[in-house]
Write a protein that binds this ligand. Structure first.
Ligand SMILES: [Zn+2]
Length: 493
């Protein structure tokens, strides 16, 4: 077979499989009905919900606080009005649970005149051996991991020991002994701390358990400070020509965490066809968005209008019209709406949801998660074209992403922006909202987002800052995506 013929064969093979792929993600929603419903979603109702959720009364909806409960009541009422039913009980949409919260009530770490911030420059576990008291030292010892065996540690005390190298290269026995009288830190620039608050498991660093007798410190500020103290020696040290350096400076280290139980609840409800016999699959899909935010600090309220008042308001508006799809028996799976609590404290509500028996016992087709969809971010200041970030849709399922893009072509024509979906996204956005707990359980999940902005996690994230034209367009788009997924007969591959 000539080169030309084989090339033709390859091209036709790719075209067919691409076509087949596209076909498998075809849309079978009644576009007339879905269009009519999306057009009923109004900017006014979005503004109404948002003004309430981001009002002074809600006090920033802090998890476990009064404002959070008031918001939960408001969202429950809206679900009930939209025809949703409680999931777990006959009466309440609240999915209550308790978890251990841990706030740093005291944190101070100074090396000479260098001030360090917890969770930014260094991390420790709440029960670190020095968390009960205060650690003072008059000297700092820098050492490479491979040189530890060569030094005499017998009488060393009240010293800050900073190890350059891997913790795995250091014996646990040595650590146990030396850490009794000295503070031991490993230099590590890639710490990503998680902990299982619901089950009170130990803290994990990049997935590895973290223990009480050492901590991690980032190199940036530390190295810059040391260079100011001992430039020549430190350069030699970093090049490996010197194995250890001693610096005489005062060290002050005290960190105390208050671990206390917090009661809170997700707000969860579901909807099925009016004539539920019409929906044979009995599968579920989850439309989620967190309703908690940072609460109040002193008299300052963190309103969280965009984060995530916008997502919750959009879901409340959509719920009403998803109810219409149910009335028309158009659903081919049950739609769960889950307003998650505790997201700002570590995706706690969705962690709890995906740890319930209900979740384990039932089949879930996909999760659509909405978090911050009300504004323009820096990347789009120029274009001003209506856009939305799509994150994670292609990670687990072949079809989910193409259903989304086809739906966009069919109804809305937003700019679907995939740049934050990169596997090496430095912001790790794929791991930073509730869809991640569904994804961790192998459920095809997509995170819709419009980007960070100057008011992110500030008291200035208020409802008057949103772009309601854009917010409205995105909400309608999301309604069509959820509708097409909910009416779809063919399971997502
Ligand atoms: Zn958020």
């Amino acid at each position: 077979m000539g080169a030309k013929a084989s090339l033709l064969l390859v091209i036709s093979f790719f075209t067919i499989s691409k076509w087949a792929n596209a076909q498998s993600a075809y849309l079978d929603g009644d576009s007339v009905m879905i269009s009519k419903l999306q057009d009923q979603i109004s900017k006014i109702e979005l503004l109404e919900h948002l003004k309430i959720l981001a009002s002074d009364t809600m006090e920033g909806r802090g998890t476990g606080k009064r404002g959070n409960q008031l918001a939960a009541n408001y969202l429950s009422q809206k679900l009930s009005e939209a025809g949703f039913k409680p999931l777990d009980s006959d009466t309440s949409f609240l999915q209550p649970f308790e978890f251990l919260s841990d706030d740093w009530i005291l944190q101070e770490f100074r090396i000479g005149d260098l001030k360090l911030t917890i969770d930014q420059d260094y991390v420790i576990v709440p029960w670190h051996s020095f968390s009960a008291g205060t650690f003072y030292a008059k000297s700092i010892l820098l050492v490479h991991d491979h040189a530890i065996k060569k030094l005499d540690w017998k009488d060393l005390k009240a010293t800050l020991i900073i190890i350059y190298g891997q913790k795995e290269n250091v014996s646990g026995r040595w650590l146990e002994d030396v850490a009794k009288k000295n503070l031991v830190l490993f230099v590590n620039d890639d710490f990503h701390m998680t902990h299982d608050v619901v089950n009170g498991q130990p803290f994990y660093l990049n997935g590895n358990p973290l223990y009480k007798n050492y901590a991690y410190i980032k190199s940036e500020k530390l190295n810059a400070w040391i260079l100011n103290q001992k430039k020549k020696d430190f350069e030699q040290f970093l090049q490996g020509h010197i194995e250890s350096i001693k610096i005489s400076r005062l060290v002050f280290f005290r960190n105390r965490k208050e671990v206390k139980p917090i009661k809170t609840a997700n707000v969860v409800g579901y909807i099925d066809n009016k004539d539920s016999t019409q929906n044979s699959s009995k599968k579920y899909m989850v439309l989620s968005g967190h309703f908690d935010h940072l609460g109040k600090k002193g008299n300052s309220i963190y309103y969280g209008a965009d984060d995530n008042g916008s997502g919750c308001s959009a879901i409340v508006a959509m719920a009403k019209y998803l109810g219409e799809l149910a009335k028309n028996n158009a659903l081919n799976k049950r739609i769960i709406v889950a307003f998650m609590t505790g997201e700002e404290m570590g995706l706690i509500g969705s962690h709890y949801f995906t740890a319930t028996d209900f979740f384990k016992k039932n089949k879930f087709e996909c999760n659509v998660n909405i978090d911050m969809i009300g504004r323009f971010d820096k990347n789009h200041q120029e274009s001003k074209n209506p856009y939305i970030y799509v994150i994670g849709a292609d990670r687990i399922s072949k079809d989910l992403d193409s259903v989304i893009s086809k739906t966009n072509v069919r109804y809305n024509h937003l700019d679907l922006d995939y740049r934050l979906n990169a596997l090496d996204d430095p912001e790790r956005l794929y791991e930073r909202s509730d869809h991640f707990n569904f994804a961790k359980n192998g459920i095809p999940s997509v995170f819709f987002f419009s980007g960070l902005h100057e008011d992110y996690h500030k008291t200035s994230d208020t409802f008057d800052k949103l772009n309601y034209q854009l917010f409205h367009q995105r909400t309608k788009f999301l309604f069509t995506v959820v509708s097409e997924l909910a009416v779809r007969k063919t399971p997502l591959r």
